[in-house]
Design a protein around this ligand. Structure first.
Ligand code: B12
Length: 220
């Protein structure tokens, strides 16, 4: 089997293991992937994350319900824990500080945690406020740390209404802080509507967008 086929097959199995909520197999396959020399970031983005994406579809088709989704996310996190130490960090480039959190009223944090991981791997210093974060907390943390970017995650059409509230609060005390937004219902349209500075559809793109906001050079 060629290296390319081997990569594709392994990533496919990892995706399936997350969908089958098999924690043990997920970890075992992630370990194999590292052993055969796959890039840990590639395994997260094109294995684990695609598994969660499929889980999202199964949930929407009512084939999976909350218990299955939670077991899948356990498998996802088990794999992630295993891969994390292998993710190459670009810390030397020194990029900027980001405050990240899922807005108040919303407990979805899988995507937010992926964005955090990718930003950290790219050398950003990330302050993670967690999920269901009271809106004033974003502003307080920015003032405490002097961070350059606030990254807001919202997964529901209801919770995304918190985004313009944070933007207004932040602009009132410091109009220079960049606001990066994301999550399934968020789009470029939301950026224009809410007056945010940037948006990204995936965690990998979030890094490019954060760099763009701070005028940092684009890196492969
Ligand atoms: C997993 C999940 C859950 C899990 C969450 C576990 C956890 N720790 O996160 C549990 C079971 C707890 C859950 C609960 C609920 N959920 Co839910 N959930 C999902 C599901 C199936 C998948 C979300 C996910 O993790 N996707 C995988 C990750 C990797 O993708 P992602 O989150 O989109 O993130 C990517 C991008 O969006 C982007 N991104 C994300 N954040 C950010 C931030 C920035 C700054 C940037 C740049 C990018 C970015 O990058 C990420 C990686 O590439 C979605 C369905 C879906 N298709 O989204 C429903 C979904 C979001 N849930 C939904 C609902 C309704 C609920 C509940 C209200 C259900 C209930 N009746 O109790 C509760 C919410 C409680 C609350 N107050 O928050 C609805 C929301 C509908 C709406 N109004 O918009 C959805 C869309 C399902 C549906 N179609 O009905 N849920």
């Amino acid at each position: 089997m060629s290296a390319l086929q081997e990569r594709q097959e392994l990533l496919h199995h990892i995706r399936d293991a997350v969908v089958d909520y098999d924690e043990e197999v997920t970890v075992e396959l992630c370990s194999n992937a590292i052993q055969v020399g796959l890039d840990a970031y590639d395994v997260v983005a094109n294995g684990l994350a695609l598994g969660m994406e499929e889980v999202g579809q199964l949930y929407e088709q009512k084939e999976y319900f909350v218990p299955e989704v939670l077991m899948c996310s356990d498998a996802f996190y088990a794999g992630l824990q295993h891969l994390k130490p292998h993710i190459r960090s670009d810390a030397a480039t020194g990029s900027g500080q980001v405050i990240i959190g899922t807005v108040e009223g919303d407990v979805h944090d899988i995507g937010k945690n992926l964005v955090k991981l990718m930003l950290e791997a790219a050398g950003f210093v990330v302050h993670d406020l967690g999920k269901d974060v009271p809106l004033d907390k974003f502003v307080q943390e920015q003032q405490r740390t002097g961070a350059d970017i606030i990254a807001l995650s919202a997964l529901m059409t209801t919770s995304m209404l918190a985004i313009p509230v944070v933007i207004e609060k932040m602009r009132a005390v410091n109009p220079n802080v960049k606001i990066l937004i994301g999550g399934a219902p968020v789009s470029q349209e939301s950026v224009d509507l809410y007056g945010a500075d940037g948006y990204a559809e995936t965690a990998a793109r979030a890094v490019d967008e954060a760099r763009r906001l701070l005028d940092l050079p684009y890196q492969e």
